[in-house]
Design a protein around this ligand. Structure first.
Ligand SMILES: [Zn+2]
Ligand SMILES: [Zn+2]
Ligand SMILES: [Zn+2]
Length: 318
């Protein structure tokens, strides 16, 4: 995608929103922005919180296909107040009491008495049979566990599964599983288009152009400039000043691709020796950097606008 295609796709519009570029750069630098889930604090994205309009911007970045969301969790939220400070309770299917117990059904082999564990009395830390009064000694010998059930402590009835209900700790609403809001929680990452835009520096061009313009340069995008050879070279940005001119190219891709690409630009640097030629690249190996710098290319590494701006200012003043 080039600048023209970006304009057509509406990407430029999103990037002009306050903090849109900062948000993209934040995602780029972290790889993925993950939620921090706290019952009382809700779902937070700490890295985004410094940008007051981040929810709106992230939504628009998703619409523009620069950012993708990935489901990382699900939470239960209150259908009345949307809080995620939710507790879960087990209720009796018969009387709705939440005072129920998961317990064992014990048979006292000696006398044949069967009941839930809670009905057997505890004496000296040992269970005693309520029918015959004998102490239970060893499981499998004088008593056996027949199974496990939920028993209601209010009405005494037993069930395999209790009724599950939730209660909102913020507003107090009790609600069923069917009434609950069961909400996805997302992490955010750059789409391949988003990565491409950042790695080619498309997001910093506009800001860089305003910077150069404010410093009194006449700035042209996708500009042509004739070399000594008579060949016209094109540059992503050409800024003509009173005393000096500066040409800027952005190179995207990983270190390998970027290295090959920047090496091929040395011809341009040689052929247009009267102007400063800056190449902005995310990162290249030190050896390649030295090599191309010896051929007259000024290398600016980075993808965060503030880093690039700082380096550009130094170059402009030198
Ligand atoms: Zn609530
Ligand atoms: Zn009950
Ligand atoms: Zn007994």
């Amino acid at each position: 995608m080039n600048v023209t295609e970006m304009k057509e796709s509406g990407v430029v519009g999103v990037l002009e929103k306050p903090y849109a570029i900062d948000i993209l750069e934040t995602i780029m630098s972290k790889g993925k922005i993950k939620p921090v889930i706290g019952l009382e604090t809700g779902i937070r994205y700490l890295e985004f919180e410094i940008y007051p309009n981040w929810r709106e911007v992230v939504e628009e970045l998703i619409q523009a296909k620069l950012v993708e969301k990935v489901i990382v969790d699900m939470v239960i939220a209150c259908p009345r107040c949307d809080s995620i400070h939710i507790s879960t309770r087990y209720h009796c299917r018969y009387c709705n009491s939440f005072h129920i117990l998961f317990t064992e059904i014990i048979q006292h082999v000696i006398c044949g008495y069967i009941d839930t564990k809670v009905k057997f009395k505890v004496e000296n830390k040992q269970l005693t049979c309520p029918r015959c009064g004998a102490q239970l000694r060893r499981e499998g010998i004088d008593y056996i566990i027949l199974g496990r059930v939920f028993e209601c402590r209010s009405c005494g009835r037993r069930m395999d599964k209790p009724e599950i209900k939730h209660v909102c700790r913020r507003c107090g609403l009790e609600f069923t599983v069917r009434e609950a809001r069961y909400k996805p929680v997302y992490a955010y990452r750059l789409s391949s288009l988003g990565e491409e835009i950042i790695s080619k520096g498309l997001h910093v061009r506009k800001k860089l152009i305003s910077l150069l313009t404010s410093l009194g340069y006449q700035v042209e995008e996708n500009a042509k400039f004739p070399g000594y050879s008579g060949i016209e070279h094109s540059f992503d940005i050409l800024a003509k000043g009173e005393t000096n001119s500066i040409a800027i190219d952005f190179i995207g891709g990983g270190e390998r691709e970027a290295s090959l690409e920047i090496l091929s630009r040395t011809i341009k640097a040689l052929d247009t020796g009267t102007i400063k030629y800056v190449v902005i690249v995310r990162s290249i190996p030190e050896t390649v950097k030295k090599m191309v710098e010896s051929q007259g290319i000024i290398v600016v590494e980075g993808y965060l606008y503030r880093d690039i701006e700082e380096k550009m200012k130094k170059i402009l003043m030198s």
